[in-house]
Structures are given as structure tokens and as C-alpha cells.
Design a protein around this ligand. Structure first.
Ligand code: FES
Length: 65
């Protein structure tokens, strides 16, 4: 559903943020069990949902095709 919302926002050129849910073991940034790939200015990067998110720019998580 988040991806569908992100695609709609891209289609209508609207700003959009998504709040991700992920399985978490430590929830304090120590285990890297909750990482997701996001696009940054320097390329793809792995971010921890528990400490770097959980809210990310939708274009970073679901880049336009
Ligand atoms: S749950 Fe351990 S780093 Fe996020």
C-alpha cells in the first residue's frame, strides 16, 4: 500500500513521506536487523528503520522507474 501511495504522489508530483514498519530485534540501532535500502544523493544506502526512520521520503524508498 505504501508503494501505491508513493507512486500516486510521484504521478501527481506531490511530496510524500512513508512510515515503515520492520521486524526489530534491538530497536536501538545495534543489530542492523531492520535495515531497508534507500536511495541517497550518493547512491543506494542501507538505513535502519528503528533509528534512521521510521519516516522516510517516499522517493528514497520507492524510486521512480
Ligand atoms: S532493530 Fe536493531 S538496528 Fe534496528
Amino acid at each position: 500500500m505504501l508503494e501505491a501511495v508513493a507512486k500516486l504522489a510521484q504521478e501527481y508530483h506531490l511530496p510524500c513521506q512513508v512510515s515503515l514498519e520492520e521486524f526489530m530485534a534491538c530497536a536501538v540501532g545495534g543489530c542492523a536487523g531492520c535495515v531497508v535500502e534507500v536511495q541517497t544523493e550518493t547512491g543506494p544506502a542501507m538505513k535502519r528503520v528503528c533509528v534512521d526512520g521510521p519516516v522516510f521520503d517516499s522517493n528514497a524508498v520507492f524510486p521512480a522507474a
